[in-house]
Design a protein around this ligand. Structure first.
Ligand code: ITT
Length: 203
């Protein structure tokens, strides 16, 4: 059984990874499961850099393969803001409930509501060098939050491909079309090609 630790303190991300890998002979651990505390400063300028910072910090604390996930929402009319600052922007308003409304307000003067989620996964402790996978999911910002599904900015994001707001999408739909799903499908191909995992249970 291939074992992997997810370098995140965000429980929603861990849940989505578990769902997306269901059917594969893989065992996921959160840092919490292993009693590991790791919260490096994300002072990179790109998703690539921040994802590598998180993966490297954890890779020093365990011999198990690790993945880190740096992700965010990019609003085109706002020069891709909040982007790598997505988590910090939400925290500055005490969470996404208020931050999502503030973002809608900020975007009011603009006609172009297009936005995209990005996810950058870094895999370490498998090969000598880190390996990265990127996924993007395009859509637009809604004029009010909808639904109870997902997390973070999902209630204000309408996915072009899924044709539904992620706040209203089932986990199955979000996990098929999301930025994270797109990065994960590359990661799965990579691990399958290396014969580290295989599909044991068809969904
Ligand atoms: P870790 O760094 O510990 O993984 P984090 O939540 O701070 O946790 P990021 O630095 O990658 O992770 O920030 C990503 C933020 O972008 C996250 O807190 C959400 O606000 C938002 N985000 C990322 N993926 C999302 C998704 O699938 N749906 C909604 N919002 C998302």
């Amino acid at each position: 059984m291939f074992e992997l630790v997810v370098a995140t303190n965000n429980a929603h991300k861990v849940k989505e990874y578990q769902e997306m890998f269901s059917g594969y002979d893989i065992k996921f651990y959160s840092m919490k499961d292993l009693g590991i505390v790791c919260n490096p400063e994300e002072n990179g300028k790109t998703y690539e850099e921040n994802s590598l910072i998180k993966a490297s910090a954890l890779a020093k604390l365990t011999k198990l393969p690790v993945i880190a996930d740096d992700s965010g929402l990019n609003v085109v009319a706002l020069n891709n803001f909040p982007g790598i600052y997505s988590s910090r922007y939400a925290d500055s308003y005490g969470g996404n409930k208020v931050a999502n409304l503030e973002l809608i307000k900020k975007l009011k003067p603009y006609e172009d509501k297009s936005a995209f989620f990005a996810c950058l996964i870094t895999l370490m402790n498998v090969e000598e060098k880190p390996v990265q996978f990127k996924g993007i999911c395009r859509g637009k910002i809604l004029d009010k939050p909808v639904g109870e599904g997902g997390f973070g900015y999902d209630p204000i994001f309408y996915s072009e491909e899924a044709k539904i707001a992620f706040g209203e999408a089932s986990p199955e739909i979000k996990n098929k079309y999301s930025h994270r799903a797109k990065a994960v499908s590359q990661l799965i191909e990579y691990l399958k090609n290396k014969r580290l995992i295989e599909l044991v249970n068809e969904k």
